[in-house]
Design a binder for this molecule. Structure first.
Ligand SMILES: *Cc1c(COP(=O)(O)O)cnc(C)c1O
Length: 840
């Protein structure tokens, strides 16, 4: 299925295309490129082009300008073998592409000028047209996208492997205060950033049976005879690094049916039966599962996982073969990072490909697998640890199950030697869960198969070793490491906060964008009153823009001079949006009672999607909107309190929000949030954090300074102790008059038009079990909010603290994370891509 086109001999240098319409980067060339695409690609005259036409034309013109770099990057690897990162992730939440590519190419101003020649006022009008591919749920998918951008910017050869879902995460609308899910049709109207490569398609099997046979040389072998197949068609997205020639690839697989029609069924007149097979296989990449951190255990999801992992591993082996590199050298040429357990089947699939297809002996196959694979754990929540029902697994992947049994057998023998006679540990560590109905534990498969297991923040990695997998950590102490997450400063500062970016350029030069440690130079300005005013003014600009957006989206008028207090992230009980909501009620009551003496005027902003089946999270959204309705309609609240729920939180909205925030709410139950990355985006943009000692908050506080962070709440070990000693939320409610009063008001139906049943499940949870210790942390949270209010009174001081947050958050650049992965886990070096011809 592979064919390579001969290089067009008309080109001056192989891989170069010097036509200025395709490659020039001045405004004239961009304009000409747009005009050409309007005419030839879109079939439109410049005089009648819509904003969307111009968006498409500019995107195609920009894509043209990536191609020389993209092909040269692939050619560099082909010419000289170099270890390449394969980042396996079921989600890539890449966000809008156009502006990122303009920035990384360095042609934002040229594009602005070109666009103006079409009579457009501002490039922003065109950027706003872009719809983002919502191919992820939240933090995990966004992390994969930040990592791809950093890999390219650090000139590391890399390929991201994932799924091209036809429908991404649903679009959220709010009706009568409730979340409504609407299908995300991101591909409608065409998406200009992908390049389908059908000639590099792969076959993937499912179901069927295994059989043993003797080959021509008399060796006993096993093989899998699947009962159905799908075809994976790669769709490639170029990921250009910042101001470098390296342009990596994100390869997403779309599932096609093997045969458009089953001719046998068709011929006997079963038309619907004939199309059914096609529908079934194409369903594999139809839709992203909108769950965030719960294990759904659906057959189709396991199919998705095996589908993209198998395609990707086959693709990697094929790439060795086409370069005449022996498959024995797989681990010298590839390093595979598993983003959570979603791609953990890779351990068994690589073993299968090596043993069954390439006839390796077990030990050599295992050595190659173990050397190449590493696993990133993203959660400690038991309900989020992936397990597959054994019968389901066997029916879909019978050969993989045999291999997993063999992996498990050999592993358990190791455990036996380490813990003689300890049956309990054997049962605990086994890949097969034998408690209750049998299941395959994917985290165990990944941990056993990988040479490295990392958590995503210092506290989280520590808890993996101490609580989640103590025996594994005991068996293999060096295997367990930490790489604290990071976010790319290109998207999360330069693109999303142009006001701050240009201030930074002025003050410290533009190198911060690839070396965020340089931001510490800003510390010198902490007592420079004029500078602090300017710094505060850039924040105000962002807040004005956000206020405009809020008004357009929700009709609510908010005052940009108030404290913008923001909690945007998936809606989840452990993230405790309801703790924030209760705090708002307490402030509301203080204002009503005339006891609000020194509270800061606030605009509290929420955003986030709830998994469609997560009823409590959906009720939390309804709760926030119920509070917003009461507060925003009450004239007593004018100038003091506003509550906003921004619908459809996604990357594009995040870009507007992180940069326009004064106070970042990071209030999860200690020990529950693995890392968080929203917390980092806020801090970089000069928001102060109110937060618990959870995930990366701990490291953020260490770095920005404890005096520049509003800490509250029980620590992870205090929570553990509470749980052990029998936690009773009622005791906390009784002790707290403000909490009791808030709860009484909710019970009376004050935030539900008198309906005293609506929020009953939420109240029952909080006052009954309170599994996330909301009541235990409430009073301390309120005190921390009072410290926030007090600090807000002194604007100069607030701006100083905000500046120090920006100055000291360079560590949270994903460039730093990727450097750590490269040196300590992947052992990969950069490969500078050179372009020998003159493309400009
Ligand atoms: C950064 C980001 C997240 C992760 O937010 P957390 O606060 O770390 O949970 C989720 N969704 C989007 C769109 C993001 O940009």
């Amino acid at each position: 299925m592979s064919s390579s086109q001969p290089i067009d001999l008309r080109l001056p240098t192989p891989g170069c295309y010097a036509d200025p319409i395709k490659a020039g980067i001045d405004a004239d060339a961009v304009f000409d490129g747009m005009t050409e695409h309007l005419f030839f690609t879109l079939g439109k005259l410049a005089t009648s082009a819509s904003l969307r036409d111009l968006y498409m034309a500019l995107s195609y013109a920009v894509r043209d300008r990536l191609m020389t770099r993209y092909l040269a990057s692939q050619e560099a690897i082909r010419a000289k073998p170099h270890k390449t990162v394969a980042y396996f992730s079921a989600e890539f939440l890449i966000g809008p592409q156009l502006n990122n590519n303009l920035l990384n190419l360095g042609i934002q101003e040229e594009a602005e000028e070109a666009v103006k020649r079409f009579g457009i006022e501002s490039l922003n009008d065109i950027l706003e047209v872009e719809e983002e591919p919502g191919l992820g749920n939240g933090g995990l998918g966004r992390l994969a996208a930040c990592y791809m951008e950093s890999l390219a910017s650090l000139q590391v050869p890399a390929i991201g492997y994932g799924i091209r879902y036809e429908f991404g995460i649903f679009n959220q609308i709010i009706r009568d205060g409730w979340q409504i899910e609407v299908t995300d049709k991101w591909l409608k109207g065409g998406w200009p950033w992908e390049l389908p490569q059908p000639d590099e398609s792969c076959f993937v099997g499912f179901g069927g049976r295994t059989e043993n046979y003797i080959d021509d040389q008399g060796n006993y072998r096993s093989r899998w005879i699947p009962s159905e197949h799908a075809i994976g068609v790669p769709h490639d997205i170029p990921i250009l690094g910042y101001r470098v020639n390296n342009c990596d690839r994100l390869r997403l697989w779309r599932a096609d049916a093997t045969e458009s029609f089953d001719f046998y069924a068709f011929n006997i007149g079963d038309y619907y039966g004939a199309v059914e097979e096609k529908v079934a296989s194409e369903t594999i990449s139809k839709v992203l599962y909108p769950n965030d951190g719960t294990d759904e255990g659906r057959r189709l999801r396991l199919k998705q996982q095996h589908f993209f992992v198998s395609c990707s591993l086959q693709d990697m082996i094929r790439s060795l073969e086409t370069r005449n590199i022996p498959v024995e050298q797989f681990s010298e040429n590839w390093t595979v990072q598993l983003n959570d357990t979603h791609p953990a089947i890779a351990v068994a699939e690589l073993m299968r490909l090596l043993i069954d297809n390439h006839h390796f002996e077990w030990d050599q196959a295992w050595d190659i697998t173990n050397r190449s694979v590493a696993y990133t754990n993203h959660t400690l929540l038991p309900e989020a640890l992936e397990k597959w029902d054994l019968n389901l697994f066997k029916s879909l992947l019978p050969r993989h199950l045999e291999l997993i049994y063999e992996i498990n057998k050999r592993f358990l023998q190791q455990v036996r030697l380490r813990y003689p006679g300890n049956d309990l540990i054997l049962r605990k560590l086994s890949i097969i869960d034998e408690e209750g109905s049998k299941a395959v534990r994917m985290a165990h498969l990944a941990t056993i198969g990988a040479h490295n297991v990392n958590g995503v923040a210092a506290l989280h990695s520590d808890l993996i070793k101490r609580q989640l997998m103590p025996e594994f950590a005991d068996l293999w102490p060096e295997k367990f490491t930490n790489v604290t997450n990071g976010v790319t400063p290109r998207r999360w500062v330069a693109l999303s906060n142009p006001e701050l970016a240009s201030l930074l350029d002025q003050e410290i030069g533009s190198n911060w964008i690839t070396n965020m440690d340089l931001l510490t130079q800003l510390e010198e300005k902490e007592n420079d009153s004029n500078f602090l005013d300017v710094f505060g003014a850039t924040k105000l600009l962002g807040k004005r823009k956000l206020a405009g957006y809020i008004h357009r989206q929700t009709g609510i008028l908010v005052d940009p001079s108030t404290l913008f207090d923001v909690q945007v992230k998936r809606i989840h009980q452990y993230k405790r949006q309801h703790l924030n909501a209760l705090q708002i009620i307490a402030q509301y009551l203080r204002i009503k009672n005339g006891t609000a003496h020194s509270i800061a005027p606030r605009t509290v902003i929420f955003g986030g999607k709830a998994a469609p089946g997560y009823l409590m999270a959906k009720l939390m959204i309804r709760f926030i909107n119920g509070i917003a309705e009461v507060v925003n309609a009450d004239p007593d609240m004018d100038g003091k309190l506003r509550v906003v729920f921004l619908p459809d939180y996604n990357v594009k909205l995040g870009e507007q929000v992180y940069s326009a925030t004064d106070l970042s709410e990071q209030i999860s139950t200690a020990g529950k949030e693995a890392s968080g990355t929203g917390n980092m985006k806020f801090a970089m943009n000069g928001a102060l954090t109110i937060g618990t000692l959870d995930g990366a908050n701990v490291e953020i506080r260490d770095r920005v300074g404890k005096e520049n962070f509003f800490l509250f709440g029980k620590t992870e070990s205090e929570i553990m102790k509470l749980r052990k000693n029998g936690y009773d939320p009622k005791q906390y409610i009784e002790k707290s008059p403000e909490l009791s009063e808030a709860i009484r008001l909710i019970e009376l139906g004050h935030f539900s038009n008198g309906d005293n049943e609506l929020f009953r499940p939420l109240l029952n949870s909080l006052t009954g079990y309170d599994p996330f210790f909301v009541m235990a942390d409430f009073d301390d949270y309120l005190l921390a909010q009072d410290r926030v209010s007090k600090a807000w009174q002194n604007h100069k001081e607030w701006n100083r603290m905000a500046l120090l947050n920006t100055a000291r958050s360079g560590f949270f650049s994903s460039d730093r994370s990727i450097r750590e992965y490269c040196s300590s886990i992947w052992k990969v070096n950069p490969l500078e891509v050179e372009i020998t011809c003159n493309i400009n």
